[in-house]
Design a protein around this ligand. Structure first.
Ligand code: FES
Length: 111
């Protein structure tokens, strides 16, 4: 299990949830009620699953594909540690994974 921490855009709230290896980060986020839309459900046709990964955790992730990099170019508030949550699968070796939900991301409920 990996302890996934979601930091709100304003940094004022941290939600923690445990999830098993192999689970996709987008699914973990949505199941935990995080405001990540993920409109295309991982078909690499949106960028509404953009998250900013903790710097230390980012270094452990497999590199983003060129396709993912291209989609990130369309996201707002991109940083050096930006990734698409639909392209991250939890690894059994990760005890924790911390991501921030970027400002300006809204789910269908507008949260
Ligand atoms: S859900 Fe659309 S690119 Fe990730």
């Amino acid at each position: 299990m990996t302890l996934v921490r979601f930091i709100s855009a304003d940094g004022n709230r941290i939600d923690e949830v445990e999830a098993p290896a192999g689970e996709r980060l987008l699914d973990v986020a949505q199941n935990a009620g995080q405001p990540l839309e993920g409109t295309c459900e991982g078909q690499m046709a949106c960028s509404t699953c953009h998250v900013i990964v903790d710097a230390g955790d980012f270094a452990r992730l497999p590199r983003a594909s060129e396709e993912e990099e291209d989609m990130l170019d369309l996201a707002s508030h991109v940083t050096r540690h930006s990734r698409l949550a639909c392209q991250i699968w939890l690894d059994a070796a990760w005890e924790t994974l911390t991501v921030r939900i970027p400002a300006g991301v809204h789910n269908m409920q507008g949260r």
